[in-house]
Design a protein around this ligand. Structure first.
Ligand SMILES: [Zn+2]
Length: 103
């Protein structure tokens, strides 16, 4: 059966686990500092892609979340738990939905 991205539904935790299976053997050897450097590089590439074509933009978003998950794996952080704990249906600063903080 061919699996297309459109039919894949995944929680953040499952994505992080997939990244662990794909890359943890390399991420753990590279260490947190170098892995963080890769994440920063990918964020910079995302910044450049903001004014580019859609396909490049989507690819750069994918790279950023992939490297974020890799770094979370190296640091033993559960991304889904961390994100949902902090952003539990309200802004963590003003505690409103939608956020009422000044822009
Ligand atoms: Zn707010």
């Amino acid at each position: 059966m061919k699996v297309t991205p459109r039919c894949v539904v995944m929680h953040i935790r499952e994505f992080q686990e997939m990244m662990r299976q794909l890359y943890y053997h390399k991420d753990s050897k590279r260490g947190f500092e170098k892995t963080f450097e890769w994440l920063v590089e990918e964020v910079a590439e995302l910044g450049e892609a903001l004014t580019g074509d859609r396909k490049t933009l989507e690819n750069e978003f994918a790279d950023v979340i992939a490297w974020l998950a890799s770094l979370a794996n190296v640091m033993d952080v559960d991304l889904e738990k961390a994100a949902i704990t902090k952003y539990a249906n309200k802004c963590p600063k003003c505690e409103k939905t939608p956020c009422q903080c000044p822009v």
